[in-house]
Design a binder for this molecule. Structure first.
Ligand code: PDD
Length: 299
């Protein structure tokens, strides 16, 4: 028997303000401050075998982003976890990307905060797309561009217009990402964090207001430590970026991308380097181990 209230299984199911609905039935007011001002924050949580990966790290960063823009976190971490697990189980794919957004809600248009706020909560999932095998053979092309974003890049805001324009400039040049340069130093990608290998040491810029504290970045720092790989959290100058033995870009959706061409310069002889191979193997083993541990726990 088909239950009238349950959307058909294949239709993506999303969560909007206390309800699970089919994607096509999810509607928000045009006065939502997310739509009018980009006044909100978000998270993207990778999910392997239906298990949200590093969820507590994502929830901690979400809380920091909400605090930074003065929105009270509408749920505690147990409630978030339950909600996220529900949405994962209502959707079809084993591996998903969970997109979660909170805005300051609906109010007459005025820049200053409304007196009474009721945040809008929206969650959707999309299939997690595995790295195509060509990446491990050829790597990817990136370009460098001036980092013209604001001074609070540590907040995961939905106001992404600068990032959108920067990434599009990269796409227009046949590249997949823009590596951003601010006052002579490389900060991160338009949608990813940055690592380089220089003199066989892994280097990533330290956390601070000029870059997003990536969850993938932190895991790579941890994995480097476990494997006794030399790691430095220090500024990367533009010259160091161009002289790097290897360049990687990291994010929850792209995992670790090896850059083999930066502008017109071939990096790492045009092939993903040995350090990248070592780290991507360690990264995938970590995911596998964690998933099998959690499966055993839940049995
Ligand atoms: N973006 N820096 C920026 C500017 C980003 O947008 C992202 C991720 C990262 C990497 O963070 P993490 O490892 O936590 O995914 C760094 C996501 C995936 C997005 O906007 O879709």
């Amino acid at each position: 028997m088909i239950n009238d209230h349950e959307p058909a299984a294949i239709e993506p199911v999303v969560y909007l303000n206390s309800e699970f609905v089919a994607l096509q039935d999810a509607h928000i007011s045009v006065l939502d401050r997310g739509f009018i001002f980009g006044d909100g924050v978000y998270e993207v949580i990778p999910t392997y075998s239906r298990k949200p990966f590093r969820l507590q790290h994502h929830l901690a960063r979400l809380n920091n982003s909400l605090t930074a823009i003065h929105i009270k976190n509408p749920l505690n971490s147990v409630q978030w976890q339950q909600l996220i697990e529900q949405i994962i189980h209502k959707n079809t794919y084993e591996d998903q990307s969970v997109y979660l957004q909170i805005t300051r809600g609906i109010a007459p248009r005025d820049h200053s905060f409304p007196h009474q706020e009721k945040p809008t909560i929206f969650i959707m999932t999309t299939p997690f797309e595995k790295q195509p095998p060509e990446i491990a053979k050829k790597g990817v092309h990136a370009i460098s561009l001036p980092d013209n974003r604001w001074q609070n890049c540590h907040i995961k805001t939905i106001s992404l217009l600068p990032n959108v324009l920067l990434r599009q400039q990269a796409f227009d040049k046949g590249a997949i990402e823009a590596i951003l340069i601010r006052e002579g130093e490389a900060t991160e990608g338009a949608t990813s964090n940055l690592f380089i290998i220089l003199e066989d040491c892994l280097i990533t810029p330290p956390k601070g207001p000029l870059l997003l504290p990536g969850i993938t970045r932190d895991l790579i720092v941890e994995l480097a430590d476990k494997q006794n790989i030399c790691l430095k959290e220090q500024a990367i100058t533009e010259a160091e970026l161009f002289n790097a033995q290897e360049i990687w870009l990291t994010s929850s959706t792209k995992e670790i991308l090896p850059v083999t061409k930066l502008n017109d310069k071939i990096i790492s002889n045009g092939k993903p380097g040995a350090h990248w191979h070592q780290m991507i193997d360690a990264y995938h083993s970590y995911i596998k181990k964690l998933c099998s541990k959690e499966t055993r726990k839940s049995q």
